[in-house]
Design a protein around this ligand. Structure first.
Ligand code: B12
Length: 212
């Protein structure tokens, strides 16, 4: 696994993807392989902060984790969600207006998919109105809003206000996610929970929707 960690951190895409494929085919745990990607991203983030990596490296890392996830995902799905059971519920996810970070959102969406939720991903830099309008027409049980910039908190708050205005707030759980979110931000936004880890979302969804 150390070899994979190094390949991802050093952004050697071909090598990293070949190793991922090899590990999955040899039956390594998909969760463990995915944890290596998360650890590598933490290191990439640290290098960015130390000014050893710059924006191009970050963009490459985003592409690399997307490609890696595509290899890992079928293995996670086969193990845990192949029973043809009805979906647990519906989750709408988006990175809010002004913010284009999507690595965390994509991981969160993938985890929800695996956990049995039907996921609609609206993408990045999504306008408040679009999120609220989709909530009206698609009627999700959960809305997951991702944002890594401090600037993302106001758009998140506006989505919650928009849901209130449409009389939907009581029907939909709102989760905010992103490495910088905390209880203080959750209160400010008016969300139900915050998640700095994609699994929080899954546990929460299972708690609120599992009993139906
Ligand atoms: C990669 C990265 C980028 C990439 C993004 C590529 C992509 N496709 O996403 C690029 C290069 C594009 C980028 C751009 C910018 N970035 Co940037 N970026 C990062 C970096 C290094 C890592 C983020 C990341 O992907 N982490 C890995 C993922 C897995 O972690 P995560 O997002 O936290 O997600 C996990 C949880 O939070 C949670 N989660 C996340 N979302 C959700 C959603 C739901 C529903 C749930 C349940 C859970 C959940 O689950 C995930 C998995 O466990 C961070 C620094 C850092 N260490 O976080 C800076 C950082 C976020 N960026 C920052 C900045 C300033 C920028 C730019 C403004 C830089 C610039 N001057 O242009 C632009 C912003 C452009 C914009 N309008 O959005 C700052 C933000 C500061 C702030 N407080 O506002 C940071 C903190 C770096 C820093 N210390 O300065 N960035």
């Amino acid at each position: 696994m150390q070899e994979l960690l190094n390949a991802v951190v050093e952004l050697m895409e071909d090598e990293a993807l070949a190793l991922t494929k090899e590990y999955m085919e040899k039956g390594k745990s998909a969760n463990e392989v995915f944890d290596v990607y998360k650890a590598a991203l933490a290191e990439i983030g640290a290098r960015f902060e130390k000014k050893e990596y710059f924006v191009p490296e970050l963009i490459l890392s985003g592409e690399l984790i997307k490609a890696g996830s595509e290899i890992i995902k079928p293995y996670l799905t086969t193990g845990e969600n192949s029973s043809g059971k009805p979906k647990l519920g519906k989750a709408l996810i988006a990175t809010v207006e002004g913010d284009i970070h999507d690595i965390g959102k994509n991981i969160a969406g993938m985890m929800m998919d695996i956990a049995g939720l039907e996921v609609m991903d609206l993408g990045v830099d999504v306008a408040t109105d679009k999120i609220v309008n989709e909530a009206i027409s698609w009627q999700p049980d959960i809305i997951g809003l991702s944002g890594l910039l401090t600037l993302a908190y106001d758009p998140m708050k506006m989505v919650v206000e928009g849901l209130k205005k449409e009389g939907l707030r009581d029907k939909i759980k709102v989760i905010i996610g992103g490495g910088q979110t905390d209880e203080h931000v959750r209160k400010y936004v008016g969300a139900d929970i915050f998640a700095t880890d994609a699994m929080v979302n899954v546990t929460f969804a299972q708690q609120v929707l599992g009993g139906r």
